[in-house]
Design a protein around this ligand. Structure first.
Ligand code: ADP
Ligand code: MG
Length: 258
């Protein structure tokens, strides 16, 4: 297993945000984390990344207990694409992606590090903007730069918080295809919080429905993406179709009863 989460709990003050979350992700697997706003997706990713400290439970990355690792050791095996980042100090695209190499550096940047960065920038279609300042990028371009940074880190486990929220149709597909090919080729694992259920189903080996900080259901997209689960978790009446081999959800109406 690349990632094992066991009985994780987290509360903000007295308000619980995660309760008894247990899941594991194998090598070569992409898992999407879905659920309504406030269901705990970001909190769970932040607990895995140690931005938030677990109040109960354990997280193992490659069988190593993250609470016992130095942050630099953790950063060698885990990378994280946050949901939003403020542009505090403008840096160039190249500099931001190079930061992804930081956990692997001793004191200088090797030609191999530069090569890895340039390769990722070219795979992400960002090569023309290497010298552009981050505050001169569109929201979608900046999101791709953050994904490139996480990939340059060459992690064993990749955490992505709504990685396609700012991307147009083509870039959603390109980015998720690239992530898929990297996960499969390098046999790493990815977990991504997603809002678009159609897109999530297409690119995930497994989907986890979070509801009120608890896992409501988990499994293969074709098994868990049911009208019943969508009604219970999102409070939305939906039609679940299959179209040309793809699952297609059509939301119809909000429902008040859960
Ligand atoms: P999601 O990513 O699924 O939208 P979050 O993990 O961001 O959900 O939030 C889970 C719950 O925790 C929500 O009820 C949210 O209001 C609460 N929450 C998130 N961040 C904080 C915070 N910094 N302080 C207090 N409560 C928070
Ligand atoms: Mg979130």
């Amino acid at each position: 297993m690349k990632l094992k989460i066991k009985d994780v709990n987290f509360s903000y003050g007295s308000r619980p945000a995660l309760e008894s979350v247990t899941l594991s992700i194998k090598e070569g697997e992409i898992v999407s984390l879905v659920g309504p706003n406030g269901s705990g997706k970001t909190t769970l990713l932040k607990c895995i990344n140690r931005i938030l400290k677990l109040q109960k439970g354990t997280v193992l990355v490659e069988e190593k207990d993250i609470s016992k690792l130095k942050l630099k050791e953790l950063a060698k095996i885990l990378s994280y694409v946050p949901q939003s980042v403020s542009h505090s100090l403008p840096s160039t695209v190249f500099e931001i992606v190079l930061i992804g190499r930081k956990p692997h550096l001793d004191w200088n940047v090797s030609s191999r590090d530069k090569e890895i960065v340039l390769n990722i920038l070219s795979l992400m279609g960002l090569k023309e903007m290497v010298l552009r300042q981050s505050n001169e990028l569109s929201g979608g371009e900046f999101q791709k730069v953050l994904i490139a940074r996480a990939l340059a880190q060459e992690p064993q486990v990749l955490l992505l918080d709504e990685p396609t929220s700012n991307l147009d149709l083509k870039h959603q597909l390109d980015v998720l295809n690239l992530i898929t090919s990297i996960v499969k080729e390098k046999n790493i694992a990815a977990i991504m919080a997603m809002h678009d259920l159609n897109l999530a189903s297409r690119f995930s080996d497994k989907m986890i429905f979070l509801n009120g900080g608890k896992i409501y259901d988990a499994g293969k997209p074709e098994t868990v993406l049911t009208a019943r689960n969508i009604r219970k978790v999102y409070g939305v009446e939906a039609i679940v179709n299959e179209n040309a081999g793809y699952i297609h959800i059509i939301p119809i109406a909000s429902v008040s009863e859960g």
